[in-house]
Design a protein around this ligand. Structure first.
Ligand SMILES: Cc1ncc(COP(=O)(O)O)c(C=O)c1O
Length: 367
C-alpha cells in the first residue's frame, strides 16, 4: 500500500527543516506598512511610461541574457563601480548570501557574524548545514572587536558577514573596529553588506583595494525596487568567477532586467527619493528622541530603532496596528533588542500617522 504524503515527508525531509518555522511576513493589508524597510515611493508617472514602453519590446519567449550584461553596465554606471571589479547579480541579496555559503559549504566551513543582525545569514547557514557563530554586539550595538577577534581565532570561519549599516539595529559600525575585524579575518572572505548604503554617511567600495578578502554586497530593494528582487555582489574577478559558477542560469528574468534598466536610467529620481527618506529620518529622530517613554538609537538606514521603556513593546505594537500602522516588533527575538520596535521611515504623511499611532499606543499602555 502506498504511504501518504505526511509519512513520506517524515521519512524524507531533514528533521531540522521539519522542525523549523516557515518565514513569516505579517499581513499588512489596510495598514500603513512600515515594517519591511521598503521605500514608500512607487514608480513616478514618467518612470511608469518608460517602463511600459520598454516591457512592450521585451522578448518574452526567449530566455534572458544569462549574465544580464546591460543591467550590469547600468548598475556600474549608477553606482560608480570601477571596471577592475566584477559584478554578480542575484535574485535579491538573499540569493547571493546563499551562493556565498554554498561556495564554502564543505567540512570545516563555518560562518561568523555579529548579532543581532540580518536573520537570513543564520537561516541560510542552517539550511546548508553550516555552523553559524554569532558574536554579540556590545550594548551600544557596536562591534566588540576583542570578542570578534577571539571568535575568529577560535572558529576560523570561512565567511564573515558585516551588515553596514546593520539591521535591525540601524547603526553604522565604527570604522576602526570594522578595519580591525577585516584584519582579524584575513583568512576568511568578508562580506560587507551595504543594503542600506543609500541612507548611510559612509560606504566601503574603495576598501576593495585594501582587502583582497573583501566583497561588497548591495541591493536595489531599498531604492524603491524591492519588487524586482535584484541584489549585487562587487569584488575581485577571482572571487566572482568562482561564485558565478553557482548562480543558476537565467536567475534574473527578462522583465526584471528591463525594469531595472528603466529605473537605473532614472537613478537621479531614485536618489532624490532616498534623500527625502534620509531627511525624514532626521525629523523623526528629533521627535522620537524627545519622547521620555522611548530610548532611540542613532540610525543610518531607512528605519529607526527604539526601545519602549515601560517594557510593553508588544502591547504598543498591537496598539499601533489597531491605529492602522504596522511597524516591526523585535521583542521575543534577539535578547539584545528585547522591548524594541523597528520603525520604517515612510512618506511625510505616513510618518505623521506613525507618530500619532505610536503616541496613542504608548499613552494607552502607560500605567
Ligand atoms: C542587511 C540586509 N541585507 C540584505 C537584505 C535583503 O535584501 P534583498 O531584498 O536584496 O534580498 C536585507 C533586507 O532587509 C537586509 O536588511
Amino acid at each position: 500500500m502506498s504511504r501518504d504524503a505526511g509519512e513520506l515527508v517524515q521519512q524524507l525531509v531533514r528533521e531540522d527543516i521539519r522542525r523549523a518555522p516557515a518565514y513569516h511576513v505579517q499581513d499588512s493589508r489596510g495598514l500603513v506598512r512600515l515594517d519591511q524597510m521598503e521605500s514608500p515611493y512607487g514608480w513616478t508617472p514618467e518612470l511608469r511610461e518608460a517602463l511600459f514602453a520598454r516591457i512592450a519590446a521585451v522578448e518574452i519567449n526567449r530566455y534572458p541574457d544569462p549574465r544580464a550584461c546591460a543591467t550590469q553596465r547600468q548598475i556600474r554606471e549608477a553606482f560608480g563601480i570601477p571596471g577592475r571589479w566584477s559584478l554578480m547579480l542575484g535574485n535579491g541579496s538573499d540569493e547571493l548570501i546563499q551562493i556565498l555559503m554554498m561556495a564554502i559549504a564543505a567540512p570545516g566551513g563555518s560562518v561568523l557574524a555579529p548579532g543581532p543582525t540580518f536573520v537570513m545569514f543564520r537561516n541560510i547557514a542552517g539550511w546548508l548545514g553550516l555552523p553559524y557563530h554569532e558574536v554579540p554586539l556590545d550594548p551600544g550595538f557596536e562591534l566588540d572587536l576583542a570578542a570578534m577577534s577571539s571568535a575568529i581565532d577560535t572558529h576560523r570561519p570561512r565567511l564573515v558577514f558585516l551588515a553596514c549599516p546593520n539591521n535591525p539595529t540601524g547603526n553604522l559600525f565604527d570604522k576602526t573596529s570594522l578595519e580591525g575585524v577585516l584584519e582579524a579575518a584575513r583568512d576568511a572572505v568578508v562580506v560587507v553588506d551595504e543594503a542600506y548604503w543609500a541612507f548611510s554617511s559612509r560606504d566601503h567600495l574603495d576598501w576593495l583595494d585594501r582587502y583582497p578578502n573583501l566583497l561588497i554586497m548591495r541591493t536595489l530593494s531599498k531604492l524603491g525596487l524591492a519588487g524586482i528582487r535584484l541584489g549585487f555582489l562587487i569584488g575581485h574577478p577571482a572571487w566572482i568567477d568562482q561564485l558565478d559558477k553557482l548562480r543558476l542560469p537565467y536567475n534574473i528574468g527578462v522583465l526584471h532586467q528591463a525594469a531595472a534598466e528603466v529605473a537605473l536610467q532614472h537613478f537621479d529620481v531614485l536618489r532624490g527619493q532616498t534623500r527625502q527618506i534620509t531627511a525624514e529620518r532626521a525629523r523623526l529622530a528629533t521627535r522620537l528622541a524627545a519622547d521620555a517613554r522611548l530610548h532611540l538609537w542613532p540610525g543610518e538606514a531607512n528605519f529607526l530603532l527604539v526601545r519602549v521603556l515601560n517594557g510593553r513593546a508588544r502591547d504598543v505594537h498591537a496598539g499601533m496596528i489597531r491605529r492602522g500602522v504596522l511597524v516591526k516588533c523585535l521583542d521575543g527575538g534577539h535578547s539584545r533588542v528585547a522591548g524594541c520596535l523597528r520603525l520604517g521611515v515612510g512618506t511625510v504623511a505616513e510618518n505623521a500617522l506613525m507618530l500619532e499611532a505610536l503616541d496613542g499606543a504608548l499613552a494607552e499602555c502607560s500605567g
